[in-house]
Design a protein around this ligand. Sequence first.
Ligand code: M6R
Length: 614
Amino acid sequence: MCGIVAYIGKREAYPILIKGLSRLEYRGYDSAGVAMIDKKGDLNVYKRKGKVSELISFVKDKDTTGNVGIGHTRWATHGEPNDVNSHPHYSQSKNLVMIHNGIIENYATIKEGLTKRGHTFLSQTDTEVLIHLIEDIQQHEGIKMGHAVQAALKQVIGAYALVVLDKNDPDTIVAAKKGSPMVIGIGSDDFFIASDASPIIEYTKNVVYLDDEQVAIIRRGQELKIRNLKDKEITPYVQKLTVELESIEKGGYDHFMLKEIYEQPRSVLDSMRGRLQADLGEVRMGGIVDHEKKFEKAKRILFIACGTSWHAALVAEYLFEEFARVPVEVEYASEFRYRNPVIYEDDIVIAISQSGETADTLAAVELAKSRGATVLGICNVVGSSIARATHGGSYTHAGPEIGVASTKAFTAQVTVLTLMALHMGKVRGTLTESRFRQLLYEMEAIPSKIEEVLKLNDKLREIAYTYKDSRNALYLGRGVSFPVALEGALKLKEISYIHAEGYPAAEMKHGPIALIDEEMPVFVIATKGANYEKVVSNIQEVKARKGKVTAVVTSGDKEVKAMADYVIEIPETDEFLVPLIAVIPLQLLSYHVAVMRGCNVDQPRNLAKSVTVE
Ligand code: M6R
């Protein structure tokens, strides 16, 4: 959570910071702020509660000049979202300012000590405490900023990606990270620092990903210097960015979410590219090749994830058990990490995360590694913390996902997981060759079937209109469609603020059925497959209580059509691949409902794209 951006060089910093903050706004939008040092040496700090657009209006007639600056967009943890708690934060003398993404867990103890030494604090934030500590050390020990930051960070428990600016040294910025992401772009004669590459790509493709407990001393016109907290010099490893600018822009769509929904034929294809060869009867997964023997012998697979990624893991449970006949457990990373889970050395643990930065998932990865398991990652963001912390794994190649509600990342995750399950089924000999090949061909056809579903957009908008004022909604599915019901409910609640629940359809009679009346919209995934007749019975139960049923059915279905209020016909596929198609109309429905209710679709309240706090 929180986005940070900084610049030092010859250009005007402010436009770079503002553009960068707009791109990072998905990481938090409770407040935004910037600080620049102008030619006269004045440090100008502007910050405002609310979105970046409010900051822009606020600074309209103010001095924003300067070739060095820092910027922040906040997702509040310590202290409510208001102007005072916004970043950047000053030190005691007001000579230093800092932006920070993360949490300083022991800030209260540090604050107590500093208060005794005469420090006074303006905000309730942990960040302000840290910048006071840095200055306190710098003044008392008479050391340079880089060393003061190192010394302060040795006292800190918690996570941080931070940048410090010193009014008295406008040619230097100091950045450091632990647990929160930070990337440094190296231009021809300037440097760009940000939480991810999106504020950087239009200026340079050469980047360095800072590792945990590293401090970067970035001097105008000089080479980047990196040291760890023990003061050992680290040689920067410069990588080339592969992301293109257009992939992080809206490209004519009203919202990133809509663009990302429409990108799915492409992103699913990209996630299969080079991996799936139906004609040759092959699935090749480069990132797991070194672990092939483990896959063959594994007695159990544990999935760890949060939110939508957890739903993708639930889909995977059905696929791995069906195709590879291996027991699977799906864990919320946040629960797993604080239990004393039983993990065996021959377990395969698979962490799923779009951002690759989710704090709970990362901590669960570390725990599983410490118990000797083989830990693989399925991440979307290349070079992210989880991708780097795991022993191997596969990227999803969905491209940047900017809308806070995950859409194309989900289908890309399910695609990669399906390929892994098929591959594992093959190496374990639990799938017949003909079934394996049939599934490969079905997979190959998925992108064009998603295209077909996207053509239903107008109809889905009409259905959305009838439900836009609902206060509750129920989503039902059985088997591999149960996680799709969960995902449909999550999409609706997170962007339209309508309370929604996902349930296994048969569980309805154990409680949720009490909620059903003529006001209650019920969305049911009722596609053809082993559970079809059972789901039909569940629909009848809803109709008998006057519930309003919208059913996602297989094209040509008659039985459900006769009883449901609306049907959404999707192309036929193998029943284990249905999630990849059935989730699309649910995404579009949620999108339209949220737009009709006037909600901020891409930046729903209280949420952030990358949950880097516990
Ligand atoms: O980046 P991750 O996949 O680890 O994120 C996990 C969740 O925070 C994320 O899926 C969240 O639930 C989304 N807002 C759902 O749309």
